[in-house]
Design a protein around this ligand. Structure first.
Ligand SMILES: Cc1ncc(COP(=O)(O)O)c(C=O)c1O
Ligand SMILES: N[C@@H](CCCC[NH3+])C(=O)O
Length: 455
């Protein structure tokens, strides 16, 4: 397994992250456990910020919180001077609870409800990224009611096909997101937005997809957005102040992945903006981006305990762990690939090929097919790398499995940032209609019955 950030093998032959021995993390917090290398997250934030400072452009780097949205992460992003992209009232609430400055929050989403918009208006967030004509009018009406002026960007699809999984491509015409440039709806949206007196149109937003390893998609998006901006300037005499080119910068999951340095993306984007916007306005527009995966992805490692092992001779050895698609749905959803190692005996050389199975009642709940590991035994600790993005944030309670805890590790210290769910959490929102309430003596039927289970 590739060792990201501060991960290393210590003198006991154990995987250590952020100066913390993972075998001790297991003793203290249990498994499955998400471990986040705090210094690596901070390094990624700074790589983006510093690369932009060197371009001389005005900029904002908004952390796309959908990748991993918990209060500690919002607080860290705020401390690093980032802005924040949220796509729901739940993410917005998390950010506000963490004290994230509202004026640096950008609200995305293709179907914001009136309640969500009202919540964001009350919080006086920095900007809405408007996705549809209906939203334009809803936002105008709600802003009018509250007597507010609201900054907006219009999300456009620039017609760029990103080279990535089809579920992660969003820049093409046939997309549920945004207004298409080529078919004229983006221009119509600009015309309407200019007329709506409670909306202050800052500019446009384009996000072409996720887990992208080339710069040319971003360059092409910048070129198309610049051509569109020119058309708007010439025909409607309106100048954009902000161009948001989204996120999508790829990271390393396995050796098949060839990530670029984050500064390479920033340089390519800013050069493209400088070239294509040259001479259009008195000054170049401010550039915003919204990376999610590239901020937190490779900082995360999930630690599991190996349970049952099933050897089907001449076929396959299934090694089951105490988590799976509930804490990491990506292999089932996108056929995503991961690397793993035994965290408690990282240096054992006697390897065999096994497949790592999750514990859900689904044949598709396989975390890794065919990985070389040092003959895993029940009780071993398995570490899976690059699970920082879209793992905790996409985790579920399928099969009523409790979501794992999350710890930040740094300089030998481990701090809990999300506690492990309890059985009480699992039934917290369940209600038994009175007619179904069983005899009080039958304690197992009562949601609040005390059941003692060692964790
Ligand atoms: C609008 C928008 N911005 C930003 C992101 C973050 O993407 P990534 O995590 O690939 O950087 C996404 C997710 O793909 C998105 O849909
Ligand atoms: N959730 C995704 C990709 C989509 C990102 C959000 N637009 C992943 O796990 O890779």
């Amino acid at each position: 397994m590739y060792l990201h950030g501060s991960s290393k093998i210590n003198s006991n032959g154990h995987l250590e992250i952020g100066g913390c021995d993972t075998t001790l993390l297991k003793e203290r917090f249990g498994t499955p456990l998400y471990i986040v290398d705090e210094q690596l997250v901070r390094r990624r934030c700074r790589e983006f910020m510093e690369a932009f400072r060197e371009t001389g452009l005005k900029f904002q780097v908004a952390y796309a919180s959908k990748a991993f949205c918990v209060m500690a992460m919002c607080a860290l992003a705020a401390e690093e001077g980032m802005s924040l992209d949220v796509v729901s009232s739940g993410e917005l609430f998390t950010a506000l609870q963490a004290g994230f400055p509202a004026e640096r929050i950008h609200f995305h989403g293709n179907n914001k409800t009136p309640e969500e918009i009202e919540m964001a208006l009350e919080a006086q967030i920095g900007c809405f990224v408007v996705d549809s004509e209906m939203e334009l009018h809803l936002l105008q009406a709600l802003a009018f009611e509250k007597g507010q002026q609201v900054n907006i960007l219009l999300r456009v699809t620039p017609g760029v096909e990103a080279h990535t999984h089809e579920y992660m491509a969003t820049g093409q015409e046939d997309s549920k997101f945004g207004f298409d440039i080529a078919n004229g709806t983006a221009r119509q949206a600009v015309e309407q937005a200019i007329e709506l007196d409670h909306l202050n149109l800052l500019g446009v937003h384009s996000h072409i997809g996720s887990q992208i390893f080339e710069v040319n998609g971003f360059q092409m998006a910048a070129e198309r957005v610049a051509a569109f901006s020119r058309e708007i300037k010439e025909q409607l005499q309106y100048s954009f102040k902000v161009i948001n080119l989204g996120g999508g910068f790829g990271i390393r999951y396995t050796e098949e992945d060839t990530p670029l340095k984050l500064s390479t993306y920033v340089k390519a984007i800013s050069e493209a903006v400088k070239t294509h916007f040259s001479g259009l306005y008195d000054e170049l527009p401010e550039i915003w981006i919204e990376p999610g995966r590239s901020i937190v992805g490779d900082s995360g490692t999930t630690l599991y305990t190996v349970g049952s092992i099933k050897d089907i001779p001449q076929v396959r050895k299934y090694v089951s762990v105490d988590g799976g698609m509930t804490d990491n749905p990506r292999p089932a959803l996108y056929q995503a690939k991961y690397e793993a190692m035994l965290a408690n005996r990282a240096q054992d050389a006697n390897e065999e090929t096994v497949s790592i199975a999750g514990k859900c009642c689904e044949s598709g709940d396989m975390l890794i097919w065919d990985v070389e590991l040092p003959c895993p035994n029940s009780g071993d600790l398995l570490a899976v790398a690059s699970t920082g993005a879209y793992n905790y944030s996409m985790a579920s309670n399928y099969n009523r499995i409790r979501r794992p805890a999350v710890v930040f590790v740094n300089n030998g210290e481990a701090e809990l940032v999300v506690r492990r769910e309890t059985y009480e959490d699992i039934v917290r929102n369940d209600v038994i209609p009175q007619r179904l309430v069983r005899d009080q003596a039958s304690s197992m039927a009562q949601p609040n019955a005390k059941i003692t289970v060692s964790s």
